[in-house]
Design a protein around this ligand. Structure first.
Ligand code: ADQ
Length: 460
Protein backbone atom coordinates (compact mmCIF):
# COMPACT_ATOMS: atom_id res chain seq x y z
CA UNK A 1 0.00 0.00 0.00
CA UNK A 2 1.28 3.47 -0.87
CA UNK A 3 2.60 5.72 1.87
CA UNK A 4 1.19 9.23 2.25
CA UNK A 5 3.69 12.10 2.38
CA UNK A 6 2.27 15.46 3.49
CA UNK A 7 4.30 18.56 2.67
CA UNK A 8 3.31 21.87 4.26
CA UNK A 9 5.08 25.01 5.38
CA UNK A 10 4.52 24.22 9.05
CA UNK A 11 4.06 20.85 10.67
CA UNK A 12 1.87 20.36 13.77
CA UNK A 13 3.35 21.54 17.03
CA UNK A 14 4.93 18.40 18.47
CA UNK A 15 6.21 20.23 21.53
CA UNK A 16 3.44 20.38 24.11
CA UNK A 17 5.52 22.82 26.19
CA UNK A 18 5.36 25.37 23.43
CA UNK A 19 1.60 25.63 23.86
CA UNK A 20 -1.15 25.61 21.24
CA UNK A 21 -0.86 27.15 17.79
CA UNK A 22 -3.80 28.54 15.90
CA UNK A 23 -4.13 27.53 12.28
CA UNK A 24 -6.65 25.86 10.06
CA UNK A 25 -4.49 23.55 7.97
CA UNK A 26 -3.01 21.65 10.87
CA UNK A 27 -6.32 21.49 12.74
CA UNK A 28 -8.01 19.99 9.68
CA UNK A 29 -5.45 17.31 8.86
CA UNK A 30 -3.95 16.23 12.16
CA UNK A 31 -7.03 14.32 13.29
CA UNK A 32 -7.22 11.97 10.32
CA UNK A 33 -3.70 10.80 9.54
CA UNK A 34 -2.89 7.10 9.74
CA UNK A 35 0.31 5.74 11.29
CA UNK A 36 3.06 5.41 8.71
CA UNK A 37 2.48 8.86 7.22
CA UNK A 38 5.46 11.17 6.68
CA UNK A 39 4.80 14.89 7.31
CA UNK A 40 7.50 17.20 6.01
CA UNK A 41 7.91 20.94 6.54
CA UNK A 42 9.63 23.88 8.16
CA UNK A 43 10.55 23.38 11.82
CA UNK A 44 9.49 26.90 12.76
CA UNK A 45 13.15 27.49 13.78
CA UNK A 46 15.56 29.86 12.12
CA UNK A 47 19.26 29.26 11.40
CA UNK A 48 21.99 31.39 9.81
CA UNK A 49 21.35 29.80 6.42
CA UNK A 50 18.90 27.28 4.96
CA UNK A 51 21.13 24.20 5.06
CA UNK A 52 18.48 21.64 4.09
CA UNK A 53 19.47 19.34 6.98
CA UNK A 54 16.39 17.32 8.03
CA UNK A 55 15.54 16.18 11.56
CA UNK A 56 13.14 13.27 11.83
CA UNK A 57 10.93 12.64 14.87
CA UNK A 58 8.34 9.93 15.25
CA UNK A 59 5.18 10.49 17.23
CA UNK A 60 2.07 8.29 17.37
CA UNK A 61 3.30 6.42 14.32
CA UNK A 62 3.66 9.57 12.20
CA UNK A 63 7.15 10.58 11.11
CA UNK A 64 7.76 14.31 11.09
CA UNK A 65 10.66 15.53 8.96
CA UNK A 66 11.58 19.16 9.58
CA UNK A 67 14.21 21.58 8.36
CA UNK A 68 15.19 25.07 9.54
CA UNK A 69 15.01 28.23 7.45
CA UNK A 70 17.89 30.70 7.16
CA UNK A 71 17.15 34.20 8.49
CA UNK A 72 17.30 35.86 5.09
CA UNK A 73 15.02 33.18 3.59
CA UNK A 74 12.59 33.54 6.46
CA UNK A 75 12.28 37.23 5.70
CA UNK A 76 12.16 37.02 1.91
CA UNK A 77 10.26 33.76 1.40
CA UNK A 78 7.93 33.66 4.40
CA UNK A 79 7.33 37.27 5.44
CA UNK A 80 8.02 38.57 1.92
CA UNK A 81 6.64 36.74 -1.09
CA UNK A 82 4.36 34.27 0.73
CA UNK A 83 2.77 36.67 3.22
CA UNK A 84 3.45 40.11 1.69
CA UNK A 85 2.55 39.19 -1.89
CA UNK A 86 0.57 35.96 -2.28
CA UNK A 87 -1.54 36.15 0.90
CA UNK A 88 -3.08 39.60 0.25
CA UNK A 89 -3.36 39.10 -3.52
CA UNK A 90 -5.07 35.71 -3.24
CA UNK A 91 -7.49 37.28 -0.74
CA UNK A 92 -8.22 39.85 -3.45
CA UNK A 93 -6.64 42.81 -1.67
CA UNK A 94 -4.36 44.24 -4.36
CA UNK A 95 -3.81 47.49 -2.49
CA UNK A 96 -2.05 45.55 0.27
CA UNK A 97 0.02 43.52 -2.18
CA UNK A 98 3.66 44.33 -2.74
CA UNK A 99 6.15 42.71 -5.10
CA UNK A 100 9.93 42.49 -4.77
CA UNK A 101 11.73 40.40 -7.33
CA UNK A 102 14.40 39.27 -4.84
CA UNK A 103 11.69 37.93 -2.54
CA UNK A 104 10.19 35.94 -5.37
CA UNK A 105 13.65 34.55 -6.21
CA UNK A 106 14.08 33.53 -2.56
CA UNK A 107 10.59 31.94 -2.59
CA UNK A 108 11.54 29.75 -5.53
CA UNK A 109 14.89 28.89 -3.93
CA UNK A 110 13.21 27.83 -0.67
CA UNK A 111 10.69 25.72 -2.63
CA UNK A 112 13.66 24.05 -4.34
CA UNK A 113 15.36 23.55 -0.97
CA UNK A 114 12.19 21.84 0.35
CA UNK A 115 12.20 19.54 -2.68
CA UNK A 116 15.91 18.71 -2.38
CA UNK A 117 15.61 17.95 1.35
CA UNK A 118 12.51 15.81 0.85
CA UNK A 119 13.83 13.84 -2.11
CA UNK A 120 16.14 11.41 -0.18
CA UNK A 121 13.22 10.51 2.14
CA UNK A 122 10.93 9.46 -0.72
CA UNK A 123 10.04 5.89 -1.72
CA UNK A 124 9.01 5.00 -5.26
CA UNK A 125 5.29 4.46 -4.55
CA UNK A 126 4.77 7.36 -2.10
CA UNK A 127 1.74 9.56 -2.75
CA UNK A 128 2.78 13.17 -2.11
CA UNK A 129 0.30 15.81 -1.01
CA UNK A 130 1.60 19.41 -0.98
CA UNK A 131 -0.33 22.11 0.87
CA UNK A 132 -0.93 25.78 0.30
CA UNK A 133 0.38 29.02 -1.11
CA UNK A 134 3.84 28.89 0.47
CA UNK A 135 4.77 25.84 -1.63
CA UNK A 136 3.39 26.45 -5.12
CA UNK A 137 6.68 25.43 -6.79
CA UNK A 138 7.79 22.37 -4.77
CA UNK A 139 6.30 19.83 -7.21
CA UNK A 140 7.98 21.49 -10.18
CA UNK A 141 11.32 21.30 -8.32
CA UNK A 142 10.70 17.63 -7.46
CA UNK A 143 9.96 16.90 -11.13
CA UNK A 144 13.21 18.62 -12.10
CA UNK A 145 14.99 16.26 -9.69
CA UNK A 146 13.39 13.31 -11.50
CA UNK A 147 10.58 12.47 -9.07
CA UNK A 148 7.75 10.65 -10.89
CA UNK A 149 5.47 9.95 -7.90
CA UNK A 150 1.83 11.04 -7.76
CA UNK A 151 1.85 14.63 -6.47
CA UNK A 152 -1.29 16.48 -5.45
CA UNK A 153 -1.66 20.09 -4.33
CA UNK A 154 -4.37 21.73 -2.23
CA UNK A 155 -4.87 25.48 -1.99
CA UNK A 156 -6.32 26.40 1.42
CA UNK A 157 -6.85 30.07 0.58
CA UNK A 158 -8.98 31.51 -2.25
CA UNK A 159 -7.74 31.63 -5.82
CA UNK A 160 -8.30 35.24 -6.95
CA UNK A 161 -10.22 36.40 -10.00
CA UNK A 162 -7.90 36.11 -12.98
CA UNK A 163 -7.84 39.89 -13.61
CA UNK A 164 -6.31 40.26 -10.14
CA UNK A 165 -4.03 37.26 -10.38
CA UNK A 166 -2.53 38.69 -13.55
CA UNK A 167 -1.12 41.72 -11.74
CA UNK A 168 1.49 39.39 -10.26
CA UNK A 169 4.62 39.74 -12.42
CA UNK A 170 5.40 35.98 -12.32
CA UNK A 171 1.72 35.00 -12.73
CA UNK A 172 2.35 32.76 -15.69
CA UNK A 173 5.41 31.10 -14.14
CA UNK A 174 3.46 30.24 -11.01
CA UNK A 175 0.61 28.71 -12.99
CA UNK A 176 3.10 26.66 -14.98
CA UNK A 177 4.65 25.47 -11.69
CA UNK A 178 1.22 24.35 -10.48
CA UNK A 179 0.71 22.24 -13.59
CA UNK A 180 3.57 19.99 -12.39
CA UNK A 181 0.99 18.41 -10.04
CA UNK A 182 -1.17 15.47 -11.07
CA UNK A 183 -4.11 16.98 -9.20
CA UNK A 184 -4.88 20.50 -7.92
CA UNK A 185 -7.53 20.90 -5.22
CA UNK A 186 -9.60 23.95 -4.25
CA UNK A 187 -11.96 24.88 -1.44
CA UNK A 188 -14.81 26.10 -3.68
CA UNK A 189 -16.07 25.97 -7.26
CA UNK A 190 -15.37 29.65 -7.68
CA UNK A 191 -11.69 29.14 -6.75
CA UNK A 192 -11.41 26.40 -9.35
CA UNK A 193 -13.13 28.57 -11.97
CA UNK A 194 -10.77 31.46 -11.26
CA UNK A 195 -7.79 29.16 -11.66
CA UNK A 196 -8.96 27.64 -14.93
CA UNK A 197 -9.83 31.09 -16.26
CA UNK A 198 -6.32 32.33 -15.43
CA UNK A 199 -4.81 29.28 -17.16
CA UNK A 200 -6.83 30.06 -20.29
CA UNK A 201 -6.13 33.81 -20.28
CA UNK A 202 -2.40 33.40 -19.78
CA UNK A 203 -2.20 30.58 -22.34
CA UNK A 204 -0.54 28.15 -19.96
CA UNK A 205 -0.21 24.77 -21.69
CA UNK A 206 -2.03 21.80 -20.15
CA UNK A 207 -5.02 20.75 -22.18
CA UNK A 208 -6.41 18.24 -19.69
CA UNK A 209 -6.05 20.55 -16.69
CA UNK A 210 -9.77 20.82 -15.97
CA UNK A 211 -9.85 17.03 -15.35
CA UNK A 212 -6.91 17.40 -13.01
CA UNK A 213 -8.67 19.77 -10.61
CA UNK A 214 -10.99 18.90 -7.74
CA UNK A 215 -13.11 20.81 -5.23
CA UNK A 216 -12.82 19.29 -1.75
CA UNK A 217 -13.77 21.72 1.04
CA UNK A 218 -11.65 21.48 4.21
CA UNK A 219 -13.51 20.45 7.35
CA UNK A 220 -13.31 19.36 10.96
CA UNK A 221 -14.10 16.19 12.93
CA UNK A 222 -17.63 17.22 14.07
CA UNK A 223 -18.22 14.41 16.59
CA UNK A 224 -14.75 14.74 18.11
CA UNK A 225 -15.06 18.52 18.36
CA UNK A 226 -18.55 18.29 19.89
CA UNK A 227 -17.28 15.95 22.62
CA UNK A 228 -14.32 18.23 23.32
CA UNK A 229 -16.58 21.29 23.52
CA UNK A 230 -19.05 19.61 25.88
CA UNK A 231 -16.18 18.61 28.20
CA UNK A 232 -14.54 22.03 27.96
CA UNK A 233 -17.69 23.98 28.76
CA UNK A 234 -17.37 22.51 32.28
CA UNK A 235 -13.79 23.75 32.69
CA UNK A 236 -13.00 26.34 35.26
CA UNK A 237 -12.17 29.11 32.73
CA UNK A 238 -15.43 28.48 30.91
CA UNK A 239 -17.36 28.60 34.17
CA UNK A 240 -15.71 31.95 34.96
CA UNK A 241 -16.96 33.28 31.63
CA UNK A 242 -20.47 32.06 32.44
CA UNK A 243 -20.35 33.71 35.86
CA UNK A 244 -19.19 36.99 34.32
CA UNK A 245 -22.23 37.01 32.06
CA UNK A 246 -24.88 37.15 34.81
CA UNK A 247 -27.81 36.41 32.58
CA UNK A 248 -26.39 38.06 29.47
CA UNK A 249 -25.94 36.35 26.12
CA UNK A 250 -22.36 35.74 24.99
CA UNK A 251 -21.34 36.53 21.43
CA UNK A 252 -17.99 35.04 20.39
CA UNK A 253 -15.38 35.66 17.69
CA UNK A 254 -12.25 33.47 17.37
CA UNK A 255 -9.70 34.28 14.69
CA UNK A 256 -6.07 34.53 13.87
CA UNK A 257 -5.26 38.23 14.10
CA UNK A 258 -5.28 38.89 10.37
CA UNK A 259 -6.58 41.72 8.20
CA UNK A 260 -8.56 39.25 6.06
CA UNK A 261 -10.71 38.29 9.06
CA UNK A 262 -12.68 41.55 9.04
CA UNK A 263 -12.21 42.43 12.71
CA UNK A 264 -12.37 46.26 12.48
CA UNK A 265 -15.73 46.23 10.68
CA UNK A 266 -16.94 43.55 13.09
CA UNK A 267 -16.16 45.81 16.06
CA UNK A 268 -17.87 48.70 14.27
CA UNK A 269 -20.91 46.51 13.70
CA UNK A 270 -21.11 45.70 17.39
CA UNK A 271 -20.87 49.42 18.20
CA UNK A 272 -23.62 50.10 15.66
CA UNK A 273 -25.77 47.37 17.19
CA UNK A 274 -25.44 48.94 20.65
CA UNK A 275 -26.27 52.37 19.23
CA UNK A 276 -29.30 51.21 17.24
CA UNK A 277 -30.83 48.79 19.77
CA UNK A 278 -30.49 50.43 23.19
CA UNK A 279 -32.89 47.91 24.74
CA UNK A 280 -30.34 45.15 24.15
CA UNK A 281 -27.42 47.07 25.57
CA UNK A 282 -26.88 45.24 28.82
CA UNK A 283 -28.12 41.91 27.50
CA UNK A 284 -25.09 40.92 25.44
CA UNK A 285 -21.37 40.58 25.96
CA UNK A 286 -19.00 40.18 23.00
CA UNK A 287 -15.78 38.21 23.54
CA UNK A 288 -13.25 38.34 20.71
CA UNK A 289 -10.23 36.04 20.95
CA UNK A 290 -7.60 36.85 18.34
CA UNK A 291 -4.40 34.82 18.12
CA UNK A 292 -1.44 37.00 17.14
CA UNK A 293 0.25 35.79 13.95
CA UNK A 294 2.97 37.03 11.60
CA UNK A 295 3.75 39.85 14.00
CA UNK A 296 6.89 40.85 12.13
CA UNK A 297 4.74 42.07 9.24
CA UNK A 298 3.96 45.80 9.58
CA UNK A 299 0.38 45.35 8.43
CA UNK A 300 -0.33 43.09 11.35
CA UNK A 301 1.09 45.57 13.85
CA UNK A 302 -1.06 48.31 12.36
CA UNK A 303 -4.13 46.08 12.65
CA UNK A 304 -3.45 45.49 16.34
CA UNK A 305 -3.36 49.22 16.97
CA UNK A 306 -6.52 49.84 15.00
CA UNK A 307 -8.36 47.17 16.98
CA UNK A 308 -7.15 48.49 20.34
CA UNK A 309 -8.58 51.89 19.39
CA UNK A 310 -11.92 50.48 18.33
CA UNK A 311 -12.28 48.43 21.51
CA UNK A 312 -11.60 51.60 23.48
CA UNK A 313 -14.22 53.51 21.52
CA UNK A 314 -16.98 50.92 22.01
CA UNK A 315 -16.25 50.32 25.68
CA UNK A 316 -15.73 54.03 26.35
CA UNK A 317 -19.14 54.82 24.92
CA UNK A 318 -21.21 51.98 26.39
CA UNK A 319 -19.55 50.36 29.45
CA UNK A 320 -21.33 50.50 32.76
CA UNK A 321 -20.14 49.88 36.32
CA UNK A 322 -20.98 46.19 36.01
CA UNK A 323 -20.85 45.64 32.25
CA UNK A 324 -18.02 45.66 29.71
CA UNK A 325 -19.64 45.22 26.29
CA UNK A 326 -16.55 44.12 24.32
CA UNK A 327 -13.79 41.96 25.74
CA UNK A 328 -10.84 41.49 23.42
CA UNK A 329 -8.08 38.98 24.11
CA UNK A 330 -5.13 39.11 21.70
CA UNK A 331 -3.85 35.64 22.43
CA UNK A 332 -4.12 31.99 21.55
CA UNK A 333 -6.20 29.89 23.90
CA UNK A 334 -6.21 26.09 24.03
CA UNK A 335 -8.26 24.19 21.51
CA UNK A 336 -10.36 22.70 24.29
CA UNK A 337 -11.21 26.05 25.80
CA UNK A 338 -12.12 27.49 22.39
CA UNK A 339 -14.65 24.66 22.06
CA UNK A 340 -16.08 25.37 25.51
CA UNK A 341 -16.48 29.08 24.73
CA UNK A 342 -18.28 28.31 21.46
CA UNK A 343 -20.71 26.11 23.32
CA UNK A 344 -21.54 28.77 25.88
CA UNK A 345 -21.98 31.44 23.20
CA UNK A 346 -25.46 32.31 21.92
CA UNK A 347 -23.95 33.87 18.79
CA UNK A 348 -20.85 32.94 16.75
CA UNK A 349 -19.65 35.89 14.68
CA UNK A 350 -17.49 34.90 11.69
CA UNK A 351 -17.12 37.80 9.28
CA UNK A 352 -13.94 37.56 7.16
CA UNK A 353 -13.58 39.89 4.21
CA UNK A 354 -12.36 36.86 2.29
CA UNK A 355 -11.49 33.37 3.53
CA UNK A 356 -10.58 30.09 1.82
CA UNK A 357 -12.96 28.10 4.02
CA UNK A 358 -12.97 29.18 7.70
CA UNK A 359 -13.00 26.29 10.10
CA UNK A 360 -14.09 28.46 13.04
CA UNK A 361 -17.59 28.57 11.51
CA UNK A 362 -17.67 24.75 11.39
CA UNK A 363 -16.25 24.39 14.90
CA UNK A 364 -18.88 26.78 16.29
CA UNK A 365 -21.69 24.68 14.79
CA UNK A 366 -20.20 21.38 16.02
CA UNK A 367 -19.81 22.75 19.55
CA UNK A 368 -23.48 23.68 20.06
CA UNK A 369 -25.92 21.85 22.29
CA UNK A 370 -28.46 20.64 19.67
CA UNK A 371 -31.36 21.09 22.10
CA UNK A 372 -30.55 24.78 22.68
CA UNK A 373 -28.12 25.86 19.95
CA UNK A 374 -26.64 29.26 19.26
CA UNK A 375 -26.80 31.15 15.97
CA UNK A 376 -23.97 31.43 13.44
CA UNK A 377 -23.51 34.77 11.65
CA UNK A 378 -21.29 34.14 8.61
CA UNK A 379 -19.68 36.25 5.90
CA UNK A 380 -20.75 35.38 2.39
CA UNK A 381 -17.07 35.68 1.40
CA UNK A 382 -15.92 32.72 3.49
CA UNK A 383 -15.66 29.48 1.51
CA UNK A 384 -17.77 27.93 4.29
CA UNK A 385 -20.77 30.02 3.15
CA UNK A 386 -21.13 27.72 0.11
CA UNK A 387 -22.31 24.90 2.33
CA UNK A 388 -23.43 26.68 5.53
CA UNK A 389 -26.39 28.36 3.87
CA UNK A 390 -28.54 28.12 7.02
CA UNK A 391 -26.32 30.56 8.89
CA UNK A 392 -27.34 34.23 8.95
CA UNK A 393 -25.32 35.28 5.92
CA UNK A 394 -23.91 38.83 5.96
CA UNK A 395 -21.72 41.09 3.87
CA UNK A 396 -18.68 41.89 6.05
CA UNK A 397 -18.44 45.44 4.67
CA UNK A 398 -22.06 46.22 5.57
CA UNK A 399 -21.77 47.37 9.16
CA UNK A 400 -25.52 48.09 9.41
CA UNK A 401 -26.39 44.71 7.95
CA UNK A 402 -24.17 42.98 10.50
CA UNK A 403 -25.73 45.00 13.35
CA UNK A 404 -29.18 43.85 12.16
CA UNK A 405 -27.99 40.23 11.99
CA UNK A 406 -26.79 40.43 15.62
CA UNK A 407 -30.22 41.69 16.64
CA UNK A 408 -31.92 38.93 14.67
CA UNK A 409 -29.69 36.24 16.19
CA UNK A 410 -30.26 37.54 19.70
CA UNK A 411 -34.04 37.42 19.34
CA UNK A 412 -34.35 34.21 17.30
CA UNK A 413 -36.77 31.69 18.82
CA UNK A 414 -35.74 28.19 19.82
CA UNK A 415 -37.57 26.41 16.98
CA UNK A 416 -35.75 28.43 14.31
CA UNK A 417 -32.40 28.05 16.07
CA UNK A 418 -32.86 24.29 16.22
CA UNK A 419 -33.92 23.98 12.59
CA UNK A 420 -31.01 26.07 11.36
CA UNK A 421 -28.55 24.22 13.56
CA UNK A 422 -29.73 20.78 12.35
CA UNK A 423 -29.19 21.83 8.74
CA UNK A 424 -25.77 23.32 9.53
CA UNK A 425 -24.70 20.21 11.40
CA UNK A 426 -25.65 18.02 8.45
CA UNK A 427 -23.57 20.26 6.19
CA UNK A 428 -20.43 20.09 8.36
CA UNK A 429 -20.79 16.32 8.66
CA UNK A 430 -20.91 16.03 4.88
CA UNK A 431 -17.76 18.14 4.51
CA UNK A 432 -15.80 16.71 7.48
CA UNK A 433 -12.00 16.54 7.66
CA UNK A 434 -12.21 12.80 6.98
CA UNK A 435 -14.35 13.39 3.87
CA UNK A 436 -11.94 16.12 2.74
CA UNK A 437 -8.92 13.79 2.93
CA UNK A 438 -10.76 10.80 1.52
CA UNK A 439 -12.14 12.72 -1.45
CA UNK A 440 -8.87 14.44 -2.28
CA UNK A 441 -6.80 11.26 -2.06
CA UNK A 442 -9.36 9.23 -4.02
CA UNK A 443 -9.20 11.80 -6.81
CA UNK A 444 -5.39 11.87 -6.66
CA UNK A 445 -5.00 8.10 -6.97
CA UNK A 446 -7.67 7.93 -9.66
CA UNK A 447 -5.46 10.20 -11.77
CA UNK A 448 -2.61 7.70 -11.40
CA UNK A 449 -4.47 4.44 -10.60
CA UNK A 450 -2.32 3.49 -7.60
CA UNK A 451 -3.61 1.95 -4.35
CA UNK A 452 -4.76 4.76 -2.04
CA UNK A 453 -2.69 5.40 1.10
CA UNK A 454 -4.48 4.47 4.33
CA UNK A 455 -6.38 6.96 6.46
CA UNK A 456 -7.63 6.35 9.97
CA UNK A 457 -11.06 4.66 10.02
CA UNK A 458 -13.60 7.40 9.34
CA UNK A 459 -15.49 8.73 12.31
CA UNK A 460 -17.99 10.55 10.10
P1 ADQ B 1 -6.71 29.92 8.86
O1 ADQ B 1 -6.62 31.22 8.18
O2 ADQ B 1 -5.75 29.68 9.96
O3 ADQ B 1 -6.62 28.67 7.86
P2 ADQ B 1 -9.35 28.94 9.97
O4 ADQ B 1 -9.89 27.99 8.98
O5 ADQ B 1 -10.38 29.83 10.57
O6 ADQ B 1 -8.24 29.90 9.43
O7 ADQ B 1 -8.70 28.09 11.12
C1 ADQ B 1 -8.21 28.66 12.28
C2 ADQ B 1 -7.98 27.59 13.35
O8 ADQ B 1 -7.23 28.15 14.42
C3 ADQ B 1 -9.26 27.06 13.96
O9 ADQ B 1 -9.11 25.70 14.27
C4 ADQ B 1 -9.41 27.89 15.23
O10 ADQ B 1 -10.09 27.24 16.29
C5 ADQ B 1 -7.99 28.14 15.61
N1 ADQ B 1 -7.85 29.47 16.26
C6 ADQ B 1 -8.00 30.68 15.67
N2 ADQ B 1 -7.81 31.65 16.58
C7 ADQ B 1 -7.52 31.05 17.75
C8 ADQ B 1 -7.22 31.54 19.06
N3 ADQ B 1 -7.21 32.84 19.36
N4 ADQ B 1 -6.96 30.63 20.02
C9 ADQ B 1 -7.00 29.31 19.72
N5 ADQ B 1 -7.29 28.80 18.52
C10 ADQ B 1 -7.55 29.66 17.55
C11 ADQ B 1 -6.41 28.48 6.46
C12 ADQ B 1 -7.31 29.28 5.53
C13 ADQ B 1 -8.76 28.99 5.88
C14 ADQ B 1 -9.04 27.49 5.80
C15 ADQ B 1 -8.02 26.71 6.58
C16 ADQ B 1 -8.17 25.21 6.35
O11 ADQ B 1 -7.04 30.66 5.65
O12 ADQ B 1 -9.63 29.67 5.00
O13 ADQ B 1 -10.32 27.22 6.34
O14 ADQ B 1 -6.70 27.08 6.22
O15 ADQ B 1 -8.22 24.89 5.00
Amino acid sequence: MARLVIVSNRVPNRDEQAGPRAGGLVAGLADVLAPGTLWFGWSGQRADVTSGAVREVEQAGITYGVMDLGDADYRAYYLGFANGTLWPLFHMMPALTRFEREEYTAYRAVNRAFAAALMPLLRPDDVIWVHDYQLLCVAQALRELGVTNRIGFFLHIPFPASSLFEILPPARELLAALTAHDLIGFQTESDREHFLHAIARLHVPGADLACRTVVTPAGIDPAGFAALAARASRRVEARRVVESLVGRALMIGVDRLDYTKGLPARFDAFGKFLARYPAHRRRISFLQVAAPSREEVDRYRALREELDNKVGAVNGAYSDFDWVPLRYMARTVSRGLVGGLYRIARIGLVTPLRDGMNLVAKEYVAAQDPTDPGVLILSRFAGAADSLTDALIVNPLDVDGMAEAIERALTMDLAERRARHAALLAAIEKTSAAAYCRNFLAALVAVGRVAPPPLRPASD
